[in-house]
Each structure stands twice: as structure tokens, then as C-alpha cells.
Design a protein around this ligand. Sequence first.
Ligand SMILES: [Zn+2]
Length: 414
Amino acid sequence: MADEQHNSNERDHKKLGRELDLFTFSDTVGKGLPLWTPKGSVIRRELERFIVDEEIRRGYLHVYTPDIAKLDLYRKSGHYPHYKDSMYAPIVIDDEEYMLRPMTCPHHFELYLDKPHSYRELPIRIAELARLYRYEQSGELMGLQRVRTFCLADAHIICVSEEQAIEEVSKALDLIVDVARVLGLKQGEHYRFLLSLGDRTNTEKYYKNDAAWEKGESLLRGLMQKRGEEFEEAKGEAAFYGPKIDVQMKNVNGKEDTAFTVQYDFCMPDKFDLTYVGEDGKPHRAFVVHRSSIGAIERIVAFLIEHYSGNFPLWLSPVQAKILPISEKHAAYAQEIAEQFRAADIRIEISADDSLGKRIRSAKMEKVPYVLVVGDAEVEAKTATLEGRAGKIGALPVADIIAKLKEEIRTRAL
Ligand SMILES: [Zn+2]
């Protein structure tokens, strides 16, 4: 038990985040408002590129909408007053009240409403890496896990029917499972599915439409059974507008949070009058799926720091390789190699101060995946002596090392 405690502390993302220089906080900026360092920003950017490319490949349309909107928009969606306690106080601009957005949904619905849509265009999958702002009590704030502003890989899928919506829920789950696999996360071990249901008796919390709740919940339950997924049910955990499937993950301290979510919504289409033009030329009510793929970037990075104990796979490592010239006379050759690596989009640094032993130790402390040592023999043979996390690999031609690393990055090997 003592050992386990020790290990989990070693993996704590707040501790590793400081040691590996990934993110920081400033009292002057404010509580729960993370500042990403250049190294932490590399991890974040790689994750964002990965998820945007993956979503575009699956038919999502990526957009940008503002972080702020009129309070009326959230009155229309019902987030205000339902969600009031998680929102910040309104900001008055030219006598009108505005809010920092806690949600992206209403922005995407207004975008959809910009022009009429035919049933042939649907499903329309509107996605955004959206910056959101939610009030968390200061006692609840924790590193990147619980913050007051975060970036959600969010999307809203407008569908013609309940059946199409359920199909889209299934595709969103496929995406989540694929993303989890790339990150090395296994169902049962690292995450679990939760079917979050409404509570019909709590009409203050949940949108009143018993028949729609009944149908939505049984469709989601049926889908999970058909997919053969293991899942648990949780009553009273749904969104106010419909039931959802949550992907739950635990941090090193055993605290469980929702990492990703897929929600079925029969309420917002009414509130926003979301329609499409059917085959009959008439407007029909649409159905909506809300989903996050990789979740809040802050939360998944916190989770991944702990999951990998800071030993990120090569594609996510802020510094992918370090070149260690044995002495000053090998500096020019080290520089030459570094340029070849940079031209191949590999993040490399040269480490030239201190003794060789110290530099190797510090590269290990920084959890750099590869170290290249160059001396007389390497300069002569146009090679470098390569060492990975598992130990020495040996002297290889520089071109071969570049090819090896590029392949490892391309396949996002674990
Ligand atoms: Zn939404």
C-alpha cells in the first residue's frame, strides 16, 4: 500500500507537469487558469492535430465560433438558468448582457440555422476545438484535471431521424474507441462506459418529455447491447436535454471523471426550431447528437501524463531526440545532424554543456525518448550511436535513424 501510494505520487500530473516543464499557474493570472509552456504546448498541439485530422476524415466539418455570446442565446438553449451555477456572471457590452460560453451547442445551432438544409445533406457534423468557461469552486480545482477554462473537442451532429441519430452515436463511439486505442487506453482497465439516464421525477433538472426520455434511453441501451459493450447505468446523471453515454476515467488518486461523452438530444431541436427540408418539400424536426471525441484537452493531457508517467510515446514527446557531442570538436557534426532531423520534422535539441554522463542522466530525467552520441568514430563513419528508453541500440547511419524515428512517429507507436 505504501509503495502504491509512493508510485501514484510519482505519477501525479501536477508533480510531473512541473518537473517536465509542461504547464504552470500564476496567482496573478488567476486560479484554475493554466499557462501552457512551449513543451506542454507541443503535446497539446499534437493531440489537437491528431483529433482534427481524424474527425475530418470521418466527415466532420470543423468551424470556429466565438467564446462569448449574448445571454439571450443561453436563455434560448435553456442552459440559463439550468446551468447558471456553472456559468460566470454576465458582462455588459453596450447595454446588453453577454456570457463567457460554458457550452458550444447553441453556437453550432445558430450556425446551422444560417440557411435551410435538405434531408440529403444530413447528417451534418459540426465540430470545433472550443474554448469553454465553467465555474469550479476553488477547492475543486486540481492541476489540469479541474480548471476554470478548457478546450473541448466538441461536435454537434444534426440528423433526420432517431434512427440516424443512434447510428451517429455508434459512429462517435467507434471514434472514441479508436482514439483510446491510439493513446494506449484499454476498456475495463483504463476506462469504462456509463449509460447516464434522466430522472423523470426531477422536472426542475430535466426537460419534461417522458415519452422522449423513454425512447431515447431505450435506444441508447439497445445500441450498447447490440455493440456488445460492457456498461453500467446511472440514474440522474444525464444532461438536462437527454440521456448520454459517458466514458469514465480514473486519475492516479482514484478519482473518476467523465473524459469523453456522447449525448442524445430531443430537447434542443425544439428550443432552436432545428428543421430540415424533407423529401416532401416540408420542414421536419431534426435530432441532435452532442459528442466530445478526445474530451477536454486539459483533462486528457492530465490523464496521459499520469498514464505514461511522463514517458510519452514519440509522437507526443515535446523533445523527441537529443544529440550529445562528446567534445567541442564534434559540435559542427552535431549541428549538421540536428538540421537533418529538423528538416524531417523531428523535434531535436543539442546538449553540449557538462560531462557526457551528466548529459545522459539529464536527458533521462527529462524523459527524452532518444539520445544520439557523436564522437570521432561517428564523425568518421557518418553515424550516431543511438540509445532509446530501453537501452543502447548502437551506431547507425544518420539517415537510418531518421527513417526509424519518422516511422515510429507516423504510426504513433506506443
Ligand atoms: Zn452540446
